[in-house]
Design a protein around this ligand. Structure first.
Ligand code: N7H
Length: 482
């Protein structure tokens, strides 16, 4: 299967309970004896795919992401021969009998590839420049960035994921034992699923991971799911527009972002800007404002189909919760914001029939997990974030300039997008950025959808990140044998 390595990399998995994989690093110890499936499916997520039907991301309980320096490239390459059999490819992950107790994926920055002796031009200038240099294009100041992301010194990242914190710890320490002093961890962050019925929901409370593109030839798309050519996500596949070294086949570029979420402030904003629907309680009206900012209710139900009240049954139904396109009989789609605001986060990112023909060029696969503690009573009462929390966000694509960077720069941050509407939509109120300066949006109140709203702050603050090359297994073998 061609997608093996990529999807092994982009799918962040939940799960197991049993033995750690590394101690002996042999093929026999690298497999758990498992009675439950590692892949979980919160209500509303597309079903876990079969091996021959790879279309979706799944949801992990906990993961650790460690940014590393490669101190001894020769030693690292040698020891990686022992690590490669434990890299989590999609065929291993989709078959319960082969699932490990904790999954492992690895990716390298441009600096890291150079350090490992790879001089080939992978032909993605945004990747090779690094994310720090790209901050002005994303309209963000790097003042809020984690210091380790400032510059181009990070060489690589490994991501381990599991449903058991023991397995996760064992996996991490075993990996560090094996690679020893050939690498140095310079930054590490742990994400975890939120508790109870919030599993699958990020810190603002929204169900995430509902909508993903699928790739031509892999299973039957769910209603409303877009199918893109494989080369939009995988290097050297059909409609990858760039010329790449042949060894990169089936690899991807990954944009990693640490995105801090100001949850009490987001809630205060909605309470201060309730939708003005007659007969609605203040709480319902504030909830509607947040749903219109996102384009979905917290249950996952799209406001395009459920414009005034949440519909949790719709939200939990993967055959219906993505099946909408912003058009409605009797409504003019260039002025209709009764259903969904033009600026809503999901509409800015995937405009569906707002673009004609429907866009196939700017899709990403997303994989995110929350980090940081739950909001405390004191934070809730004061309306102020006191402890950092947010989303560890991964976007996978074959070309960062038409994937992650494009969505952030050309659509979410662009007040004119989508064009040819009855009003300038303004910025995506959730994730649009304007270098820390004032932001405006429209469409929050269905009773006055063309009204402008000034957003008092960024509810999501970037803590930075890096762009990585996530090699397929064959590409990884090429890198370590070069
Ligand atoms: Fe977004 N969130 O969890 O609240 N996002 N996102 N995102 N996002 C989506 O459809 C969120 C971010 C996309 O197909 C949902 O799966 C948060 C960035 C795309 O209709 C929710 C942050 C980028 C879609 C969130 C964040 C994107 C999407 C609805 C930052 C790209 C699919 C659930 C902290 C550059 C849209 C779903 C579609 C959906 C959340 C960031 C992209 C709930 C909190 C940086 C393409």
């Amino acid at each position: 299967m061609k997608l093996t390595a990529l999807l092994g990399g982009l799918t962040i998995f939940p799960a197991p309970q049993s033995v750690p994989r590394f101690p002996a690093l042999g093929p026999t110890t690298s497999r758990s004896v498992r009675t439950n499936n590692m892949l979980i499916n919160p209500p509303g997520h597309p079903p876990v795919p079969h091996l021959d039907e790879v279309t979706t991301s799944s949801f992990n309980i906990s993961n650790v992401q460690a940014e590393v320096l490669i101190v001894d490239p020769t030693g690292f390459k040698k020891l990686m021969n022992m690590v490669i059999p434990t890299i989590s490819t999609v065929d291993i992950m989709l078959d319960m009998s082969t699932q490990p107790s904790a999954s492992l994926n690895m990716a390298f920055s441009q600096t890291g590839l150079h350090k490992l002796g790879i001089q080939d031009n992978l032909n993605d200038t945004v990747f090779s420049g690094g994310q720090f240099a790209d901050a002005p294009n994303l309209a963000e100041s790097t003042n809020t960035w984690v210091s380790q992301f400032k510059g181009t010194s990070i060489h690589g990242v490994y991501i381990t994921a599991s449903d058991s914190s023991n397995s996760l710890m064992q996996q991490n320490s075993a990996l560090q034992t094996v690679l020893g002093t050939t690498i140095q961890v310079v930054y590490s962050i742990q994400g975890q699923a939120r508790p109870g019925d919030q599993a699958g929901h990020e810190h603002f409370g929204f169900l995430d991971g509902i909508s993903q593109p699928t790739i031509e030839g892999f299973g039957t798309p769910l209603p409303g799911q877009v199918t893109v050519p494989a080369g939009k996500l995988l290097l050297n596949r059909e409609q990858d527009q760039m010329t790449r070294p042949s060894w990169t086949i089936d690899s991807s570029f990954v944009a990693f972002r640490q995105l801090k979420q100001l949850v009490p402030e987001f809630n205060t904003f909605a309470n201060d800007h309730p939708a003005s629907i007659p007969g609605m309680s203040q709480a319902q009206a504030a909830e509607l404002t947040q749903a219109r900012m996102m384009g979905r209710w917290k249950s996952g139900a799209p406001v395009d189909l459920a414009p005034l009240f949440d519909d949790p049954v719709l939200g939990a139904d993967p055959t219906r919760n993505n099946n909408f396109n912003y058009t409605h009989p009797g409504f003019n789609s260039s002025s209709d914001q009764i259903h969904c605001p033009f600026s809503a986060h999901i509409r800015k990112n995937v405009p569906r029939t707002d673009l004609d023909p429907i866009d196939l060029a700017h899709h990403i696969l997303r994989s995110g997990i929350p980090y940081g503690p739950e909001v405390t009573e004191v934070e809730q009462q004061s309306g102020q974030t006191m402890m950092e929390r947010g989303l560890l966000f991964l976007a996978v694509q074959s070309n960062i300039a038409s994937g992650f960077q494009f969505l952030q720069k050309a659509w979410m941050n662009n007040p004119e997008f989508v064009k040819h509407k009855s009003v300038l939509p303004g910025l995506d109120p959730v994730m649009g950025q304007n270098n820390g300066s004032a932001r405006f949006t429209t469409g929050l109140d269905p009773m006055n959808p063309e009204g402008n709203t000034t957003l008092p702050m960024q509810f999501v603050v970037s803590r930075g990140g890096e762009y990585f090359f996530m090699p397929s297994l064959s590409a990884l073998r090429h890198i370590i044998s070069s």
